[in-house]
Ligand binder design. Structure first.
Ligand SMILES: Nc1nc2c(ncn2[C@@H]2O[C@H](COP(=O)(O)OP(=O)(O)OP(=O)(O)O)[C@@H](O)[C@H]2O)c(=O)[nH]1
Ligand SMILES: [Mg+2]
Length: 425
């Protein structure tokens, strides 16, 4: 594992059949993650099964049904390396029946490639995926205008599609001027690793070098400390040792901390990572730490540790933007599923459905709807049934996103956009 390089989770999104899996297969091939003989084997097999041109897509589409239907159904993870990063690429399905799998994929991503076929241009799931990507907090996006071979590498067509896409991404909050639009052929390999003579008019970066323009996911050390507790141990001779991952800020020895919603204070005596004592812990570090003044029974999983002078926010109620992934009937006021947010799992009641949004544009579609169903995006007010820490996604995105689950499946995903805080002291 070349894990010295920074790691990026990269989602590949876009309308059905626009060439997402083909692009991922192609990039894996060009970066050496998949050898040529495997592709050649797939090419022969696909051809003999009447699925010619699917050899690159088959790198990603491993399920029998996926190969027979020539579509992606579930997300698949693969790894490849560029000079700067190692990527875990999540190939998402474009089919509208499998948007929930796309959401799972996108919720794991630090960045995305949006694939749009040049002959079709912007389509239904192009819009929906862009909106979901934004809702789920993906801030960095590169756009691949694919199948340029099918439009004879025509600059005019590229510019038309680019214009439509610029309007679309601008609407949800991406900056078209700062976004790369790359004319490619995933199948033919043009503008993937190097610039192609077929597009002399294109002066920008090819696909793989473009990926190195992504910024590493930040280590938000300038924010207040937030460490959601995963477990609490009591170690003889040492005392109470909570463990967890630092999401934001820095934990230092000697620091005065508060645990919320337990509402307990203590002082950091020591911090350990991989069985070694360290003077401070930063975002991404998984640590155990010993706190003076805290007993084992005082805190538990789901509590969040923060500085005593800027303790984690406990919500009386919060407003959230959600997307309903799947609900057997209708989601109404009074519904109380479990919200999974950082390490807490807390039942929360829907108190108010404020507005329904168009999932394709984010514009208001209906004020005070009476119910929400699968596919709807909405602004809602939610009340935790017991005290719970959640933060505004604007301030602390790591603690502002959640998944809503009920009876073993994910009902919705969303983010907290404002909080009515509970006075704790
Ligand atoms: N002409 C041409 N065809 C392409 C190109 N890229 C992909 N295709 C073809 O488009 C079809 C669909 O490709 P996939 O990669 O499976 O598309 P997808 O976006 O992954 O589709 P879903 O996962 O089902 O949403 C296949 O026949 C590919 O060979 C390209 O650059 N040019
Ligand atoms: Mg696919």
């Amino acid at each position: 594992m070349a894990s010295e390089k920074p790691h990026m989770n990269l989602a590949v999104i876009g309308h059905i059949d626009h060439g997402k899996s083909t692009l991922v297969g192609r990039m894996m091939f060009e970066t050496g993650a998949v050898p040529a003989h495997i592709i050649e084997g797939y090419r022969k097999e696909a051809e003999s099964k009447g699925k010619a041109t699917f050899e690159f897509a088959w790198v990603m589409d491993n399920l029998k049904e996926e190969r027979e239907r020539g579509i992606t159904i579930d997300i698949a993870h693969k790894r490849f390396d560029t000079p700067k990063f190692y990527f875990t690429v999540v190939d998402c399905p474009g089919h509208r029946d499998f948007v929930k799998n796309m959401i799972t994929g996108a919720s794991q991503a630090d960045a995305a490639i949006l694939v749009v076929a040049a002959p079709d241009g912007v389509m239904e799931q192009t819009k929906e995926h862009v909106f979901l990507a934004r809702t789920l907090g993906i801030t960095q996006i590169i756009i691949a205008i694919n199948k340029m071979d099918a439009v004879k590498f025509d600059e005019k067509r590229f510019n038309e599609v680019k214009k439509d896409l610029s309007d679309l991404i601008k609407m949800v909050g991406y900056k078209p001027d700062e976004t790369l639009f790359i004319p490619i052929s995933a199948l033919g390999g043009q503008n993937i690793k190097v610039n192609s003579p077929e597009t002399p008019w294109y002066k920008g970066l090819p696909m793989i070098p473009a990926l190195d323009t992504f910024k590493s996911p930040d280590k938000p050390t300038d924010k207040p400390l937030r460490l959601p507790i995963q477990d609490v141990y009591s170690i003889s001779g040492i005392g109470t040792v909570p463990v967890g991952r630092v999401e934001t800020g820095i934990m230092k020895k000697g620091m005065k901390v508060s645990f919320m919603p337990a509402n307990k204070d203590g002082e950091i005596k020591s911090i350990e990572m991989h069985h070694e004592e360290i003077p401070q812990a930063v975002p991404g570090d998984n640590v155990g730490f010993n706190v003076r003044g805290i007993g084992k029974g005082d805190i538990r999983r789901g509590d969040v540790c923060g500085p005593a002078e800027a303790p984690p926010t406990v919500a009386e109620e919060f407003t959230a933007q959600i997307v309903v992934l799947q609900h057997p009937s209708a989601l109404t006021v009074g519904y109380t599923p479990v919200f999974h947010c950082h390490t807490t799992q807390t039942a929360c009641t829907f108190m108010e459905l404020k507005k329904k949004l168009d999932p394709r544009t984010g514009q208001t579609k209906e004020e005070n709807p009476t119910f929400l169903k699968t596919g709807d995006a909405a602004i809602v007010v939610v009340k935790p049934t017991k005290p719970m820490v959640i933060e505004n996604v604007k301030d602390l995105p790591q603690l502002g996103r959640f998944a809503v689950r009920d009876m073993g499946s994910t009902i919705a995903a969303g983010m907290c956009i404002s909080i009515q805080a509970k006075q704790m002291r």
